[in-house]
Design a protein around this ligand. Structure first.
Ligand SMILES: [Zn+2]
Ligand SMILES: [Zn+2]
Ligand SMILES: [Zn+2]
Ligand SMILES: [Zn+2]
Length: 253
């Protein structure tokens, strides 16, 4: 049911406040029932424009001419850009000027307003849809970001596990390397000590021979110094280095 129509249905006369209104004074903007029209018109000298209620506000409210009493301005002077009455239009002041009918301007403007209203009515739902979409996005923001943070935490744990695993493996490797390193140095030390003791024994026997006056051993003495003069090759083992390559570290020797 058309709500505007039902509102019109129950509009009551503004004068007697009882009867249902059938007419409207477009000049005074009052609802009038038929019997009250006469009273309203006789109330003062002002001009009244009584129209059927359905056609209320169809009479244009035009400004009174400031120069010509009881004349309303129905035109716009294009040259002076002011509203004028028909008497003004005939006067010398506006000789040769161009005019536009205010009623036509009014109607054109009303049409444009109506079209704008239709356009806005058509555009508005799009904005409503966008607003709803944005509100939904805002409402889901907490959840979406929660998901992201959870995913990141999982990744963090995974990466920690991988790093722990890699470092543990490297620690094992380091232990093995250290053991090998230790063994090599120890072996070398043993070799050196053997030579050392051999040299000491040799020295002792040389002392004995030197002090002896026996001919045979002295003559048969065979020098072994050349063997000792030639030093054994130096063992040079560098410490393993820790190099981080991408996700996994590596130990090199
Ligand atoms: Zn009345
Ligand atoms: Zn009136
Ligand atoms: Zn005038
Ligand atoms: Zn003019």
């Amino acid at each position: 049911m058309d709500s505007e129509y039902s509102a019109q249905d129950v509009a009551r006369c503004d004068l007697c406040k009882i009867a249902i209104t059938q007419n409207y004074c477009d000049s005074c903007h009052v609802n009038l029932c038929k019997p009250c029209i006469v009273e309203h018109i006789s109330a003062d000298d002002g001009k009244h424009t009584i129209v059927p209620f359905q056609r209320r506000k169809s009479t244009l409210i035009l400004a009174k001419c400031e120069i010509h009493q009881n004349k309303t301005c129905k035109y716009q002077c294009q040259d002076c850009d002011i509203f004028v009455c028909s008497d003004c239009a005939m006067s010398k002041q506006h000789k040769g000027h161009e005019y536009l009918k205010l009623e036509e301007l009014f109607n054109t403007s009303k049409e444009r307003i109506g079209k704008d209203k239709e356009d806005l009515d058509r555009i508005l739902p799009t904005y409503e849809e966008i607003a709803i979409e944005l509100e939904n996005q805002i409402a889901n923001l907490d959840e979406e970001y929660e998901k992201l943070t959870t995913e990141m935490s999982k990744q963090r744990e995974e990466m920690h596990r991988e790093v722990d695993k890699a470092i543990n493996q490297m620690e094992e490797e380091i232990c093995e390397i250290k053991l090998k390193h230790h063994n090599i140095l120890k072996e070398h030390l043993n070799d050196i000590k053997q030579v050392q003791s051999l040299m000491q024994k040799t020295l002792v026997s040389l002392n004995e021979i030197e002090e002896s006056n026996e001919v045979s051993p002295t003559i048969h003495y065979n020098s072994k110094v050349e063997e000792f003069r030639k030093l054994p090759p130096k063992v040079n083992i560098s410490m393993p280095k820790f190099i981080l390559t991408g996700k996994q570290g590596q130990c090199t020797k």
